[in-house]
Write a protein that binds this ligand. Structure first.
Ligand code: AMP
Length: 297
């Protein structure tokens, strides 16, 4: 079983063609739903009393929700705007609401999880949560500029407490204060991460382990409508795949990165979570095969 912890949100997404308000989002939501294509996934998250029933239904149909809390107050809200290229996003608002000072309770049956993903969330909460798991074989975290700007030292502490960091290129630079991605990765490895995966949006990713660098292309797409959650879908697929294989061998990690690229590509083809909600196993396999064909030479 895989446990995912992090934000479940009501997102406002502004793209040049469409504005969506209060749609189901959140880093942990995307990651957990993406991972659920590979393995049974439990989501630990908190929402407020305003969280719509239909959103909860979407989650409960796909995920184990015994660690999901509904608290008095408002759900975490995120508001972001993409520019015309759809590759740069500006954060307009981050309202923590019930996420602030949340003290999650880890269900007993989750404590045996060997694979744990700490999605984008308050780094202090993430660092505390991982201590509750005593059989972890592989843990991974992500972060975003909001936390790097407000709690940089806590982000570094969180990195020390996990095996792998998955982070996008701009955030890696902001966090490490380096400009070269290899230097960024080395710094995060010095802080204690064994694996560093730097996501480069539509351009794919770089995975670092010891002195190995594994670059992977993004799955080339002509029509992108909303990149929200692509990074989270990438990470969820990666750790979901590894959990399904119960392996952290380097060759499986490389395959996991490919699944990450593929699930990220499905996420950007529709608005919000839509790109992930109607996926079949055969869609994933087909695209992985196509990906392999595209990069082979
Ligand atoms: P991504 O597009 O992969 O970077 O992830 C976007 C998702 O992250 C959105 O669904 C947001 O709800 C969520 N998110 C944005 N800012 C934060 C934050 N400061 N903490 C936790 N989650 C966030």
């Amino acid at each position: 079983m895989l446990t995912v912890f992090g934000s479940t949100a009501l997102d406002t997404i502004r793209t040049p063609n469409k504005i969506l308000k209060n749609v189901l989002g959140g880093a942990a939501t995307f990651a957990a739903i993406s991972a659920s294509n590979f393995v049974k996934t439990g989501l630990i998250a908190v929402v407020g009393k305003d969280f719509p029933k239909e959103h909860q239904k979407i989650l409960s149909e796909r995920l184990d929700l015994s660690g999901f809390t509904i608290k008095e107050g408002k759900t975490f809200r995120y508001d972001g705007k993409f520019d015309d290229t759809l590759s740069t996003r500006e954060t307009l608002k981050t309202e923590l609401n019930v996420l602030e000072n949340f003290k999650p309770i880890v269900p007993e049956e989750y404590k045996k999880s060997q694979f744990v993903y700490l999605a984008n969330n308050d780094p202090d909460q993430n660092t505390n949560l991982i201590k509750e798991f005593d059989k972890v074989k592989f843990s991974m975290c992500d972060t975003i500029d909001f936390w790097i700007s407000t709690k940089r030292e806590s982000v570094i502490k969180m990195i020390k407490s996990v095996d792998a960091v998955v982070i996008n290129d701009e955030e890696a630079k902001l966090l490490t204060k380096e400009f070269n991605l290899i230097k960024c990765a080395k710094k995060m490895m010095d802080w204690g991460a064994k694996y560093v995966i730097i996501k480069k949006g539509e351009h794919g990713s770089l995975m670092f382990f010891d002195d190995v660098i594994f670059p992977s292309a993004g799955f080339s797409l002509e029509d992108v409508v909303d990149p929200t959650g692509a990074g989270d879908s990438f990470a969820g697929a990666m750790i979901g795949y590894l959990a399904s294989k119960k392996s952290t061998s380097l060759s499986e990690i490389k395959k996991a990165v490919v699944y990450g690229n593929v699930l990220g590509s499905f996420a950007v083809e529709r608005f919000g979570l839509e790109g992930l909600l109607h996926l079949k196993k055969s869609d994933i396999t087909k695209r992985v095969n196509l990906y392999e064909k595209m990069i082979r030479f």
